[in-house]
Design a binder for this molecule. Structure first.
Ligand SMILES: [Zn+2]
Ligand SMILES: [Zn+2]
Length: 236
C-alpha cells in the first residue's frame, strides 16, 4: 500500500465533514482541471488523452470558466480534428436508407460517447477505486483506523456504494460483516441527522435573516445535498 495514498486518506479524515472521499475527489478534480488548463494543456500525453476522450459536459463547463481560453481552444481544435472522421462517417451512415435503423443507432451512440467520455472523470474513477481500496485495507490492517472511521460521519451515499462494493470484493464474510456493522449505522445516523438539520435550515429563513445561525446550521443544506449527490457543493 503506497504511503502517499494512506496519508491522503488520513488527511481527509482529519478534515471532518460528511464524507472523506468527497474531500479527496474534490481536491483531485480541482487539481486535474487546473493542470489541464496549465502546463498539461500543451503536453503531448495530455493532448493524446483529450483527442481521444474529451470532457463530459460538467468538466467542459468548468474548464470554460477557467483562466486559459487559448489552452482550451488548442485542445478543442485537436479534439475536433481527431473526432471528425468517425463523426462524419456516422452522420453519413444515418442517411443511408438501406440501413436507417442501424445508422441512427450508430449515430446516437457516437454522439453520446463523444459527450460522455471524459479524461477527468476517468482519472477520478481510478483515484476513487484506489482510495476505497485504501480505506478497506486500513480498516483491516491498521488497528487505529476503525475508531477513526467510527468517529467520522461515514460516507455520502455514492461513496458508501463504492466503499461497500470494495469491501465486498476484498473481505471474507466474517470481516465483511464486521465492516458493515461499522459503516452502515453511520449512514443511518447521518440520514436521520441531516433530515433534522435541513428542517432547522428552513427555520433559519422563517425566524431570522438568511445567513444567520451557526456554521453547522448554515451548511446543513450543502451537506445534505453532498450526501445525496456524492460531491462537495460549491457555489462557483
Ligand atoms: Zn462522498
Ligand atoms: Zn468529466
Amino acid at each position: 500500500m503506497p504511503k502517499l495514498e494512506i496519508s491522503k486518506v488520513h488527511d481527509a479524515y482529519a478534515k471532518g465533514g460528511e464524507c472523506p472521499l468527497c474531500t479527496l475527489v474534490d481536491a483531485a478534480e480541482r487539481w486535474y482541471l487546473e493542470s489541464c488548463l496549465g502546463g498539461r494543456a500543451m503536453a503531448s500525453e495530455t493532448r493524446v488523452l483529450t483527442n481521444e476522450k474529451g470532457f463530459c459536459p460538467e468538466h467542459t463547463q468548468r474548464l470554460y470558466r477557467g483562466h486559459n481560453p487559448l489552452g482550451l481552444a488548442v485542445m478543442t481544435h485537436t479534439h475536433l480534428q481527431h473526432q471528425a472522421p468517425a463523426l462524419r462517417k456516422a452522420l453519413a451512415g444515418a442517411r443511408n436508407p438501406g440501413r436507417r435503423k442501424a445508422g441512427l443507432t450508430a449515430l446516437a451512440d457516437r454522439i453520446r460517447m463523444l459527450r460522455d467520455r471524459c479524461q477527468v472523470c476517468d482519472m477520478l474513477a481510478a483515484d476513487l477505486e484506489r482510495w476505497t481500496f485504501t480505506i478497506v485495507y486500513l480498516w483491516k490492517h491498521d488497528p487505529e483506523f476503525p475508531p477513526r472511521l467510527g468517529a467520522s460521519r461515514g460516507f455520502c451515499l455514492d461513496h458508501l456504494r463504492a466503499v461497500t462494493l470494495a469491501a465486498g470484493n476484498m473481505l471474507g464474510s466474517a470481516d465483511l460483516e464486521r465492516f458493515l456493522a461499522d459503516v452502515i449505522p453511520l449512514a443511518e445516523k447521518s440520514l436521520e441527522r441531516l433530515e433534522a438539520e435541513v428542517l432547522d435550515f428552513t427555520q433559519l429563513f422563517q425566524h431570522t435573516e438568511p445567513g444567520q445561525g451557526t456554521e453547522e446550521q448554515r451548511t446543513a443544506l450543502s451537506r445534505a445535498l453532498q450526501v445525496l449527490a456524492g460531491r462537495l457543493m460549491r457555489k462557483e
